[in-house]
Design a binder for this molecule. Structure first.
Ligand SMILES: Nc1ncnc2c1ncn2[C@@H]1O[C@H](COP(=O)(O)OP(=O)(O)OP(=O)(O)O)[C@@H](O)[C@H]1O
Length: 582
């Protein structure tokens, strides 16, 4: 998709509005061009001594009517053309967001959030400016500029040539200054973004800032950033502040030429005094189209560059692609198997190697191993957040890429390691924002996740607001809300990544009991806590992306050193904890 392909449908959808806006704009230009003719008529009558109060009142009345029409038509074009640009902006933003939602985890692993934010704000803003004011600038430059020059040439071609001498300088300076203004404006925006990001990070990490006494450093950094922001703004003001005086100077030069040369023509009878006044008015009208000409090229260039950047995102296709003809699973049983699976996040380092696994329906698999051994990577493949770089993963005998992604997400419920909560209520976090909660399902999920007592303790119960990222809840409470979210919709396969890492031993025990009580579903659980994996039918011990050992708890105790040693240490810690409670 090219930049042009990208913008075309938005223009097509607004064609009628754009055409109406252009008609209004042409109307404004026409009325503006006729006012000097009326002025000429009055001035000529005055200098010929034929002017009467009635004639002057009539000319004045016509000018007032034209001025009123200009006001109405100007409102019309602004409403249509600026409205179109806002509509285009809204449509592109919503299409961009919908498209981003189709992209897979790998895209977001490699794309900075700041870049996406900038596409969603300044790039779309550039496109809006190019489509709205860009159309106005082009039309004005061509129609108003062309017609004003035409009327001037009609009055006196030679004088017109002389009056136009400063015009190329106006076009050029508008272009050069516009470009410089854009660069400096961008620098100002970057300065502001740096301040915003610094404040956001400091507020987000306020506990670390306080506990490590980093307040002064954070404060100094903010002062530096603010100073830099002021400097950037002053650099911008130097450009914006000099543009207008330069324009006034250049258009003044044009007027001076006309006063000198045109005045002489009036004296020699080459043109009438009315023509002289009208000529100066047309020259005044010409300044804006000339500026628009320089300005427009910048606007259009900038809009095109932004469109090109957005086209790159719109051309991005998820690697985790939707199958053309998805295979339906009529009666899902939750049988899973992995065959010689390899996986790399970035295409270079393999984080999973030679993984083969078969989980019968209703059976459970536990995954243990040191940090970074590949547990989360393995679980992410089962829920198809990523596709393996080698090998096959099947569900009920069907390779995952042959299933509709929506089916995979419906059949496989996943609790990520990070208990991400959205700002909103506990209920919204469990059932989804705006969703109508099923009281029975909600009750069961809350009970299984050992959350009932916690919720009873809150004044607003399930309607308790959790705050940004669940800041109002403790780590363990957040984790249990995330678990309840996973358990809310029953599914044939349940995948839990470290589900009890942030709760006490007793709560962990209750959660594990509840999760394992449902024997109808297939369960895959990764955990550093052995209590969560000991009841599993099969346990995998991961090491550097491979399965170093596998079997039941008893088997691994006998055969694997890492497993035995970790189990011994955890049992010891548990005994000490229980002795402390006793
Ligand atoms: N998004 C990513 N991009 C690139 N590499 C990654 C990414 N996520 C994890 N890794 C790397 O992949 C390897 C496996 O990570 P993984 O998160 O699967 O380990 P883990 O066993 O779950 O660790 P932990 O017990 O700490 O949760 C690690 O070496 C890690 O650095």
């Amino acid at each position: 998709m090219t930049a042009f392909d990208l913008i075309r449908p938005y223009f097509r959808a607004n064609l009628r509005r754009i055409a109406t806006g252009l008609l209004f704009l042409l109307g404004v230009d026409a009325f503006q061009l006729f006012i000097p003719r009326i002025v000429k008529h009055a001035v000529d009558a005055l200098s010929a001594g034929t002017a009467t109060p009635h004639l002057l009142a009539r000319d004045g009345g016509i000018i007032v009517c034209f001025a009123m029409l200009i006001g109405v038509f100007r409102f019309g074009w602004r409403h249509c053309l600026i409205g179109t640009s806002r509509r285009v902006e809204r449509a592109i933003r919503s299409d961009l967001f919908s498209h981003l939602l189709t992209l897979d985890a790998r895209y977001f692993d490699t794309t900075r959030t700041g870049d996406l934010m900038s596409h969603a704000t300044s790039d779309i803003n550039n496109i809006r400016m190019a489509t709205g004011m860009g159309i106005v600038a082009v039309t004005d430059a061509v129609v108003l500029g062309g017609a004003a020059i035409g009327f001037m040439a009609w009055i006196h071609p030679g004088l017109t040539l002389m009056a136009l001498i400063p015009m190329p300088f106006i076009v050029l300076s508008a272009r050069v200054f516009g470009r410089r203004m854009h660069a400096r404006h961008k620098a100002v925006q970057e300065g502001l973004a740096a301040i915003t990001e610094h404040v956001r990070e400091a507020v987000d990490g306020i506990r670390v800032v306080k506990v490590f006494g980093r307040g002064k450093q954070v404060d100094h950094r903010l002062k530096d950033l603010s100073g830099d922001y002021v400097r950037r703004n002053l650099r911008l003001v130097r450009v914006t502040g000099s543009l207008m005086p330069l324009m006034i100077f250049l258009s003044g030069m044009g007027t001076a030429i006309v006063v000198g040369a045109g005045g002489r023509l009036v004296i020699t009878g080459g043109i009438s005094p009315g023509d002289f006044v009208a000529f100066i008015s047309y020259l005044g009208l010409l300044t804006w189209p000339m500026m628009a000409l320089g300005w427009m090229t910048n606007l259009v260039q900038r809009g095109k560059a932004s469109l090109d950047r957005l086209a790159v995102i719109f051309n991005e296709r998820p690697e985790v692609a939707e199958p053309r003809h998805p295979t339906p699973i009529a009666n899902p049983t939750g049988r899973l198997d992995m065959e010689k699976v390899f996986f790399s996040f970035n295409g270079s380092r393999q984080v999973l190697r030679h993984i083969s696994l078969a989980v019968e329906s209703g059976k459970s698999v536990g995954v243990v191993g040191p940090p970074g051994s590949g547990k989360t990577a393995l679980l992410s493949l089962l829920v198809r957040l990523y596709d393996p770089t080698g090998g096959t993963i099947r569900m009920d005998g069907v390779p995952l890429p042959d299933l509709a992604t929506a089916d995979v997400r419906r059949l496989v419920r996943f609790m990520p390691q990070e208990p991400w909560l959205f700002s909103g209520t506990i209920e919204e976090n469990i059932c989804g924002p705006g969703a109508h909660a099923d009281a029975r399902k909600l009750d069961r999920a809350v009970t299984e996740a050992c959350l009932a007592q916690t919720i009873e303790g809150f004044e607003d119960g399930l309607n308790t607001i959790v705050g940004e990222k669940g800041v109002m809840l403790s780590g363990g409470q957040k984790q249990r809300v995330a678990l309840a979210r996973t358990l809310y919709d029953p599914s044939p396969v349940l995948i839990l990544d470290d589900p009890v890492s942030q709760v006490d031993t007793r709560t962990a025990h209750h959660i594990i009991e509840a999760v394992f009580a449902d024997t109808g579903r297939t369960l895959v659980v990764a955990s550093h806590r052995f209590a969560a994996i000991v009841p599993c039918d099969e346990i995998l011990v991961m090491e550097e992306g491979r399965i170093r050992a596998r079997g039941s708890h008893e088997h691994l105790l006998k055969t694997d050193d890492y497993y035995r040693e970790t189990w011994r240490l955890q049992s010891l810690a548990l005994e000490i904890e229980e002795a402390d409670h006793a």
